[in-house]
Design a protein around this ligand. Structure first.
Ligand code: ZN
Length: 198
């Protein structure tokens, strides 16, 4: 899927024109079509071109030699995503917790995976499963969980106009040894990992 910046710029100019604005006559709109096209292509939706699995695989180091397997919890990761229904951004934070498998995963890669999974035209509910899929399938983690809290501008600036509303989503995924891991599971490991995200 390639990005055509010029075409996107022309489309934004046409969009503004259809809304009664003329970018060639209104000085503050000079350059706006290009700026908007670049903001979407190079930042807001830049994650669409990123292979999440490759990010994880490139960060793996040699077999884990630490004798006690311990959960890794990464909190406070910035999330910027774009709602596919209104093309408006949602901003917030994600936390990811996992029980490593055989390998160490670079913490920076966890942050990059979250950022790339979010920088797409995606629903909030899809981001966590994408992140966990990359960790389970490409780093063979035993168990992983993700919590995401976002403020959606399509919920605050329009529609319900709930300025203070936050939307929180949780998901859990098990690896080979825990294929049935789920939020509602009684499994102690699942509950312990979820506790780390509270
Ligand atoms: Zn929306």
């Amino acid at each position: 899927m390639s990005v055509d910046l010029e075409r996107a710029s022309r489309a934004i100019a046409e969009f503004l024109s259809a809304l009664g604005h003329d970018p060639s006559r209104e000085p503050e709109l000079e350059g706006t079509p290009e700026r908007v096209a670049r903001a979407f292509a190079e930042e807001l939706l830049a994650g669409a071109a990123v292979d999440l699995g490759a990010l994880v695989r490139e960060s793996l180091s040699a077999a884990l030699t630490i004798s006690v397997r311990q959960p890794v919890v990464v909190k406070g990761l910035r999330v910027v995503t774009v709602c596919p229904h209104h093309l408006m951004p949602a901003l917030g934070e994600a936390s990811v917790a996992y029980l490593p498998g055989e390998h160490l995963i670079g913490i920076g890669a966890v942050a990059r995976v979250v950022r790339a999974a979010a920088a797409r035209l995606t629903l909030q509910e899809q981001i966590g499963p994408e992140v966990l899929g990359a960790l389970v399938e490409h780093a063979q983690v035993e168990l992983a969980a993700c919590r995401i809290t976002l403020r959606h501008s399509c919920l605050s600036a329009r529609g319900a106009r709930e300025h203070a509303a936050e939307v929180e989503t949780w998901c859990v995924r098990g690896g080979r040894s825990m294929p049935r891991a789920s939020i509602g599971s009684d499994d102690r490991a699942v509950q312990a990992l979820l506790q780390t995200l509270r």
